[in-house]
Unconditional design. Sequence first.
Length: 269
Amino acid sequence: MPDLPGIAITGISGRMGQMLMKTVQDSDAVRLVGAVERAGHDWVGQDVGVAMGAAPLGVIVTDDPVVAFAQAQAVIDFTSPQATLGFADIAAQARAVHVIGTTGMTDEEIAKLEPASRHAVIVRAGNMSLGVNLLTQLTKKVAAALDEDFDIEVIEAHHHHKVDAPSGTALMLGEAAAEGRGVALADVRDSGRDGITGARKRGDIGFTAIRGGDIVGEHDVLFAAAGERIILRHVATDRAIFARGALKAALWGMSQKPGHYDMLDVLGL
Ligand code: NAD
C-alpha cells in the first residue's frame, strides 16, 4: 500500500518499539517505512521482521534517523531523552509528525523541543492511553472540589527495568492535581521520602514509586483526609494501549498546524 501514510519507529528493539511495530503491522491505515536503533545494536542492518523472529518486511533497521525519517509522515519515538532531542530536529526537517512517548525529560530538555515545534507537529505525553488521560481530568476535578484537608499522594508501580521515577504518568497526574488546586506542582512536590523527613506538609503532593517484576504500569491518586479516603486508579495490563494511543496521535498530527500538543488535544478531552 504505497499511498498509506508512512511511519518510522525509533528504539525498534525496545519493549515499546516492538509493541509499536506490531500495532503498525496490524493497522490498515499506515505502513512501516523506517526503523531506527542505536549505533552498535545487533538489529542494525537486519530486516526488522527477521530481527523480531518473523518473515522479512522489507524495512532494514538503521542507526541513521535521516534515512529512516525521509519517507515518513510520522515518527513514533519511545527511547531516551537524549535520543529524542536529536530525533526532534531531524523529524522537523523531514516535516514529519514527531510522537514522543519518551519520559524522564527535564524542563530544560522539553524547552529544547521548541524550535522543532515551530516547523512541525510534536505530540508528547507521558502516557498515551485513553484511560490515563481521562484519569488526569478526573484528578483535576476531584482536586478542585476538595480542600487541603485532603492530602494528595500519587503512588505508581512499574517493572524493574524502568529507569526514571516518578513515572511520566505520575507527574502528569500530579500536574493535574496541582492545576485543580490552583498551585504549581514545583512548589508542592514531595518525592523520594527517606529517613527523618518530618511531618507531612499540608498542601504537598507526594509521590511514591514501586519497582518490580513485569508490572506494565499502575497509578493511584490518593486523596486522604481524617475519616475518609478517595482513590482514583488506573491499571495497565498491556503495552498495546500506549502503542494504539501513539498511532492515533500520529494520524491526528498529520492534519494539524506545527506546534507542541499532548494527548488531551488528540483525544479532545
Ligand atoms: P526500552 O529500554 O525497552 O526501549 C528503549 C529503546 O530505545 C531501546 O531499544 C534502545 O536501544 C533504544 N534507543 C536508545 N537510544 C537510542 C538512540 N539514540 N537511537 C535509537 N534507539 C535508541 O524502554 P521502553 O520500556 O520501551 O520505554 C521507552 C521509553 O518510553 C521510556 O522513556 C518509557 O518511560 C516510555 N514509555 C512511555 C509510555 C507513554 O505512554 N508515554 C508508555 C510506556 C513507556
